[in-house]
Write a protein that binds this ligand. Structure first.
Ligand code: FES
Ligand code: FES
Length: 169
């Protein structure tokens, strides 16, 4: 937290993240990305550009992808928040996580939380995508390592896993 944030009036709220309630006391302009990482302690959500461009910070609000670096934490208190930590079923990887693993959809992994949350929301809406649709769905997220080929393959593999009866969350 910056010095100016520390001097500001703080507000109490309860964030519901991955089904768990986290009480927080934060300034009105506290960003959801910072709040998740620093106040809630869930560091799976990554912060890259902080301007809504890269997508690394994407979480799901009521199942819809949202840039947590452009969302105020207090606003998010009205919604069910899902971070990358909430995608797996305990030790069992979600179809998207398994797809990225199977198809080498990550290298450094910095962008991966954003791709996984976006892919999860996309495949819930469109369980049988074409490769072009998958490419378009992840088009708002930036990756500096993979060249995207394997990420598209990973999304297609995740769709296959979902159809084979993996948990449909
Ligand atoms: S950190 Fe939020 S979009 Fe880049
Ligand atoms: S895997 Fe490194 S930025 Fe995407």
């Amino acid at each position: 937290m910056s010095d100016s944030e520390a001097r500001e009036e703080r507000h109490e709220a309860v964030l519901r993240v991955n089904g768990v309630a986290y009480p927080v006391t934060v300034p009105a302009r506290r960003l959801l990305s910072d709040c998740l990482r620093e106040d809630v302690g869930l560091t799976g959500t990554h912060v890259g550009c902080e301007h809504g461009v890269c997508g690394a910070c994407t979480v799901l609000l009521d199942g819809e992808p949202a840039r947590s670096c452009l969302t105020f934490a207090l606003t998010a208190a009205k919604h069910e928040i899902t971070t990358v930590e909430g995608l797996s079923d305990g030790e069992k990887l979600s179809p998207e996580q398994q797809g990225f693993k199977d198809c080498h959809g990550l290298q450094c992994g910095f962008c991966t939380p954003g791709f996984l949350t976006v892919a999860t929301a996309f495949l819930r809406e469109n369980p049988e995508p074409t490769e072009d649709e998958a490419r378009e769905a992840i088009g708002g997220n930036l990756c500096r390592c993979t060249g995207y080929q394997n990420i598209v393959a990973a999304v297609m593999r995740a769709a296959e896993l979902r159809r084979e009866g993996e948990p449909t969350q």
